[in-house]
Design a binder for this molecule. Structure first.
Ligand SMILES: Cc1cc2nc3c(=O)[nH]c(=O)nc-3n(C[C@H](O)[C@H](O)[C@H](O)COP(=O)(O)OP(=O)(O)OC[C@H]3O[C@@H](n4cnc5c(N)ncnc54)[C@H](O)[C@@H]3O)c2cc1C
Length: 384
């Protein structure tokens, strides 16, 4: 039988090769571990995400030495504008810090995966994890995976890491306990538009709606609107551009007119919302990273930051030889706090003063998160 794998046993097998999985693999491989990433997709293309990086996520890419590769042809953002109804607050990025970036996922994720491979990780695509190997007790010892020809392979692993996103197979197979849940809060429609001025991130908040502009790779802007899920059918079923324009006109009639007149450069994307959760993220021989362990509404644009934090903390714990429960203890306080702030934002029932207080609280969280990466500078040896 031919096999796409170089070995039958690894220190770590990572299921899922995007933000959380590729970053964890890169950090482990840099420490000398034998790492295999198995990724179900044949190729890492686009995925449902508006991909705006917050300051800690940029600090992570910078500390890991991959910011340049991850942001090719992607504009640097030097200011963020918040529009609370008619009130406008402009926040410049301090000159001594790198700016912000919002690379498309087909740019960001392969850049991290490429760094993992450069560090010695094996990255095999078109392979889906289907089962776990165990010692008959509850200790996970490896995975069973099916390649694109339909062949099943058994691979031993010192640790199996589920970085397989929202509908995580590894979370299901390990029975990772749910620790918090929240019902679907908001839905979103977004698309990419040309010809808009490049003045940084712009976040708009109105009466039970939000929206924004995100300069991204290739000289276009991501434009999104967020609203209560029941509006998805009412407002967007027939003419989604008109639905977007109607909401955006609440802040900027020129922008609304522009997107109507030009139309998107690619098909629009719809996100119908998804229930949020926090799960246990570690057990005997297994761990979960990124959305697999903890998913919150996209309104805080924090999923990539948290995926990178998980990668940093998990790799640090494994490299130090600590029990995986140390990873869970490092993740939980921050995750529960961000989860609560995000779900309050996503409820879309705040006054502007309440929303500003939530934004201030998220900003405080980000100072701690950024410090975690700034102290790192290319190693995985902090932040546990
Ligand atoms: C509409 C929307 C907008 C968003 N906007 C932002 C934003 O602006 N900023 C931000 O920071 N975050 C944003 N997010 C969140 C962000 O996209 C996620 O948090 C991030 O993608 C999580 O990365 P991940 O690596 O954990 O999982 P994913 O990106 O979901 O990657 C999981 C990978 O695992 C693979 N996989 C799945 N099952 C298997 C299996 N059985 N075997 C092998 N491989 C498997 C999948 O093919 C996939 O490649 C947004 C999310 C949504 C839905």
């Amino acid at each position: 039988m031919t096999t796409p794998f170089q070995q039958t046993a690894y220190d770590a097998v990572i299921v899922g090769g995007r933000a959380a999985g590729a970053a964890t693999a890169m950090l482990l491989a840099r420490s000398g571990a034998r790492v295999l990433i198995v990724e179900r997709a044949r190729e890492i293309r686009d995925t449902l995400s508006t991909h705006a990086l917050m300051p800690p996520a940029v600090a992570a890419l910078d500390a890991w030495g991959i910011l340049d590769q991850a942001t090719v042809d992607t504009p640097e953002i030097r200011q963020v504008t918040f529009r609370y109804g008619a009130e406008e607050i402009i926040v410049p990025i301090p000159a001594h810090r790198p700016g912000l970036f919002a690379p498309r996922r087909w740019r960001l994720d392969p850049a991290i995966g490429g760094a993992a491979v450069a560090a010695g990780a094996e990255f095999v695509t078109g392979v889906a994890c289907e089962g776990l190997l165990s010692d008959g007790e509850d200790q996970v010892r490896g995975v069973t995976v099916r390649d694109h020809t339909g062949t099943l392979h058994r691979i031993q692993a010192g640790v199996v890491i589920g970085a397989d996103g929202l509908n995580s197979t590894v979370a299901r197979l390990t029975g990772a306990r749910s620790r918090a849940t929240s019902k679907i809060a908001s839905a979103a429609v977004y698309g990419y538009f040309a010809g808009l001025p490049d003045i940084g991130y712009q976040w708009f908040f109105g009466d039970s709606v939000a929206g924004g502009l995100i300069p991204t790779t290739g000289g276009v802007h991501g434009v999104f609107v967020t609203f209560r899920p029941d509006a998805l059918l009412d407002r967007f079923a027939v003419d989604p551009i008109a639905g977007m324009a109607e909401i955006l006109a609440g802040w900027d009639t020129d922008l609304a007119g522009h997107i109507r007149a030009t139309g998107p450069v690619e098909r629009l994307r719809r996100f119908a919302g998804a229930p949020a959760y926090i799960r246990d993220c570690a057990g005997p021989g297994w761990a979960l990273a990124g959305d697999a362990g903890y998913f919150k509404d996209p309104i805080s644009a924090h999923g990539l930051t948290d995926a990178f934090l998980d990668a940093q903390r998990l790799a640090s714990v494994i490299i130090r030889g600590w029990d995986l429960s140390a990873y869970q203890r490092a993740r939980d306080p921050h995750a529960f706090h961000m989860f609560s702030l995000t779900q309050k934002m996503a409820a879309l029932d705040w006054s502007f003063e309440e929303l500003k207080a939530l934004h201030a609280a998220v900003n405080d969280c980000m100072k701690t998160e950024r410090a975690c990466f700034e102290a790192t500078q290319g190693t995985a040896a902090v932040a546990a």
